[in-house]
Design a protein around this ligand. Structure first.
Ligand code: GDD
Ligand code: MN
Length: 362
């Protein structure tokens, strides 16, 4: 027996679309056990009333919310009303062809999450105006690091296994609930199936400047949550100040000048850099542990890992410093400053993958 499927459809003023939509879903899923859950934000055109009349013929539920709260939150609310093992979210306006559903369900036999995609082979964004195409392109690119495995990160047509998604982790804002789920639920396997985005037959798009603004806010939240990059940058900044101040102090020490290192042609500027860097790395480790990666699991021998990562990248840093001073003819202090910046990103990537890990929700 096939898995049961729940289809969540957020609606706002879609009266003329829902009857053909339900009929086409029914035809596409004739061999499946399915239910449709409309989440209507109190449409003025009688969408909910019409949807309710479909209940006698099809497995349809209608949830009406009295104060309009938006597409993403409609989907999350819908999740509390579904019973299927797999869930699909799609628009009501027939721009998301129900004929793509069987392929999506097939994909969910092997994957946790499926995106119906306009940008994978066989898919197409259809006929769009140039401004709309540009907005979508930029929006899609902005989310690239959040969901690198997916080409259509803006899709409002997607499906997932219900056990893979914990609604409590979601923070619905604006429209991009598919992206929100992919990022916050840590879905482990994602695939795409193609579809062609067709023009709207009835009604009009509700996309507005406000929705775009909410998307930017959502992006900021997702980036901080996924990458913890802000915290890491702050810690890196503090470490940077510690490192450079110590370094300046050490290179100025008259004592040092007395050493042989100070002879012309010898890299006298390197040993103090090692000392200042080791101190900065240790304090960074402590700050990252207490703050940046708070709530994440630290791998065994985390301090050892952090130190070897720090020292490994320090060697890289030193090589770079040496090159900059000897061949780039830079003064030691600005050269050290530049060198630290370059290894910052490398350190961050290693820290969040090798020293700490996000706790899996599964
Ligand atoms: N419940 C509820 N509340 N539904 C809403 C609301 C709301 O505030 N706003 C819009 N909807 C419903 C619409 O009735 C429609 O079913 C669906 O959400 C999408 O709205 P459209 O206005 O048709 O959006 P679009 O065509 O410009 O963009 C859609 O498709 C793109 C391609 O997949 C959205 O889903 C985008 O997120 C998506 O990128
Ligand atoms: Mn639409």
């Amino acid at each position: 027996m096939d898995k049961t499927v729940s289809i969540i459809i957020p609606t706002y003023n879609e009266r003329d679309n829902i009857t053909p939509l339900v009929e086409r879903i029914h035809r596409s899923l004739s061999s499946h056990n399915y239910e449709i859950v409309f989440v209507d934000d109190n449409s003025k055109d009688g969408t909910a009333e019409l949807a309710k009349t479909l209940c006698s013929k099809y497995t349809v539920k209608v949830v009406v919310r009295k104060d309009k709260r938006g597409l993403a939150s409609a989907v999350v609310d819908g999740l509390t009303h579904v019973s299927g093992e797999v869930v699909v979210v799609m628009d009501a306006d027939l721009q998301h062809p129900p004929e793509a559903l069987p392929n999506m369900l097939k994909a969910l036999e092997s994957y946790d999450f499926v995106v119906a995609s306009r940008y994978c082979k066989g898919g197409s964004p259809g006929k769009w105006t140039l401004p709309r195409r540009l907005v979508s392109l930029v929006a899609n690119l902005l989310a690239l690091p959040l969901a690198p495995r997916v080409k259509d990160r803006m899709s409002g047509f997607f499906g997932f296994r219900r056990v893979a998604v914990d609604p409590a982790l979601l923070n619905p804002l604006g429209w991009k609930i598919g992206l929100e789920i992919m990022v916050r639920s840590h879905v482990s396997s994602v695939t795409e199936v193609p579809y062609i985005f067709v023009a709207r037959a009835h009604g009009s798009s509700k996309l507005s400047k406000r929705i775009i603004w909410q998307y930017l806010q959502q992006l900021v939240r997702l980036y901080f949550d996924k990458f913890r990059i802000m915290n890491f940058m702050v810690v890196g900044g503090i470490g940077y100040v510690i490192n450079i101040s110590l370094y300046s102090l050490l290179t100025l020490l008259p004592l040092l000048k007395a050493f042989e290192f100070s002879q012309v042609g010898k890299p006298y500027y390197l040993p103090p850099f090692v000392v200042s860097s080791l101190i900065a790395i240790t304090s960074n480790y402590l700050m990252n542990r207490a703050w940046t990666f708070k709530g994440w699991v630290e791998h065994q021998r985390g301090f050892g890992r952090y130190m070897s990562m720090g020292i490994g990248t320090l060697l890289l840093d030193l090589g770079f410093l040496y090159l900059l001073v000897n061949y780039g003819k830079l003064a030691p202090v600005p050269a050290a400053a530049l060198a630290i910046l370059v290894v910052f990103i490398i350190r961050y990537v290693i820290a969040r993958r090798w020293v700490w890990s996000e706790i899996s929700t599964k």
